[in-house]
Design a protein around this ligand. Structure first.
Ligand code: SF4
Length: 453
């Protein structure tokens, strides 16, 4: 007698089921009750109707949000906010997308709201900032070779063309430079005229053929007038040592209407053709942190970029508590990006050690657990790496720490190349620290930090 082996579907820690993308109905907000689809798709309308302050949010949401919420928001802006408020309707509409009652509670708990519209009650009540947090925590400006051009890795540079974005994220790592000043943060300014800065960047790249990879960023390149951006990219493509160009734009998700404009799509097609002729890999990198942001318009804008000839559209999200720091949230997002929107899940960065970010940050141990938990579900090439951007080192996979004191939350990392700040060869024994949020530590670790306050 043979025993029949029944091989059914096993129960898994994460169950995949395909979900259609949905554009939330913006008419649920009283202030947008009469907004037409034509207006919604118009990037000019979107930019003109961004919510920039509590008064405008009040006018939009009416009685949907309680007065206590506005007080919480005002307190945050006065005491903590490192970024000013700037929310395109597209982005705001992905918050509490399908709630009909109990809107304030749902809005408060919403993952997009948590990082795009922080309130004081979100912040860590004991350690809102880590003692080692700092503005420009990655020391990018220290590694500028010309204004806005960070040369941090041997073969790669970051070109900051602009210091503004169509949307401002509460956790922005470039909070030192990007956006308008807040009561807490008087921002640095780019001093050169855009044209002079671009000339200086291109001149450096011409003189430095060891650099083959240019991340064109900001801010957000969606805020560079298209003709100016196209001209810069064409000049970049004329430098024979440049082999990879990546355009950084969160607006692909926050304001997809921008990337759907005919002039932008046609311009991108010209740039992509030139890149293909020269054998240069041209890609768009975006920044999506939660599945709610992946709507049909985002997929449409991505398709427009791919059809224009961009080789790839990739996502670099940020790992944040209360936003996406569970395996389920990460996998839901990655499946929507990869399976429905044509965006490759690429990286999740641990949130950097900027001021007032402790409530968002997770420990290295939690990040390691999350990396483990998301393995094996997505195709290998679409399984994102969770990385820690270690000050003075650069990106490291979370499992690359060479030592880790879990009680005090201090991990150590090494590097294998020199940055502009290193005058001598890298010392393999030199360790660079990264710090877990203190509230994530065991009692003994929290006491250790408290004694040093
Ligand atoms: S889009 Fe990027 S650069 Fe702009 S505020 Fe957000 S994180 Fe910062």
């Amino acid at each position: 007698m043979t025993t029949a082996v029944v091989r059914g579907a096993l129960e898994q820690p994460y169950e995949y089921s395909r979900r259609e993308l949905v554009e939330p109905d913006w008419r649920r907000f009283p202030g947008w009750a009469d907004v037409t689809e034509e207006q919604w798709r118009d990037p000019q309308w979107q930019r003109a109707h961004c919510v920039k302050n509590a008064r405008q949010l009040h006018a939009l949401a009416g009685g949907l949000l309680s007065e206590a919420f506005y007080d919480d928001l005002a307190e945050d802006q006065a005491k903590f906010a490192t970024m000013s408020m700037l929310l395109p309707p597209q982005m705001l509409n992905t918050m509490a997308p399908s709630v009909t009652s109990g809107f304030t509670e749902a809005f408060l708990a919403d993952p997009i709201r948590r990082y795009m519209l922080p309130v004081a009650s979100d912040r860590d009540p004991v350690w809102p900032s880590h003692p080692h947090s700092s503005r420009d925590s990655l020391h990018e400006a220290e590694m500028w070779v010309v204004e806005g051009l960070t040369h941090r890795y041997p073969t790669k540079v970051l070109a900051e063309l602009v210091s503004t974005c169509p949307q401002y994220c509460g956790h922005c790592t470039r909070m030192d430079l990007v956006g308008t000043s807040t009561p807490q943060v008087d921002k640095q300014r780019l001093l050169l005229k855009p044209v002079d800065r671009q000339d200086a960047m291109l001149d450096y790249l011409q003189r430095t053929p060891g650099v083959r990879d240019v991340v064109v960023s900001g801010g957000d390149v969606a805020n560079v007038p298209w003709r100016q951006l196209e001209a810069f990219l064409m000049r970049l493509l004329a430098i024979s040592s440049v082999r990879d160009i990546r355009l950084a734009s969160k607006a692909l998700a926050g304001l997809p209407q921008h990337w759907l404009q005919p002039a932008v799509v046609e311009g991108m097609a010209k740039v992509a053709q030139a890149a293909a002729r020269r054998g240069v890999n041209l890609a768009v990198h975006t920044h999506v942190n939660h599945v709610q942001s992946v709507t049909p318009l985002v997929a449409e804008a991505t398709r427009a970029m791919l059809d224009a000839g961009v080789r790839d559209v990739r996502n670099q999200g940020v790992l944040m508590r209360g936003v996406n720091a569970t395996a389920e949230d990460l996998l839901d997002l990655c499946f929507a990006l990869q399976g429905e929107a044509g965006i490759l899940p690429y990286y999740f960065y641990m949130c950097d050690m900027i001021p007032a970010a402790e409530h968002w940050r997770v420990s290295v141990a939690e990040a390691q657990d999350l990396q483990h938990a998301i393995m094996g579900y997505l195709p290998g090439y679409a399984t994102p790496r969770i990385v820690c951007d270690v000050p003075y080192v650069g990106k490291r996979w979370v499992d690359q720490a060479v030592a880790y004191d879990r009680e005090r939350g201090i991990s150590s990392w090494t590097k294998n190349y020199r940055t502009l700040l290193d005058t001598e060869s890298p010392d393999q024994d030199q360790h660079f620290p990264y710090y877990d949020p203190i509230s994530s530590l065991p009692e003994a670790g929290r006491r250790w930090w408290a004694a040093r306050r």
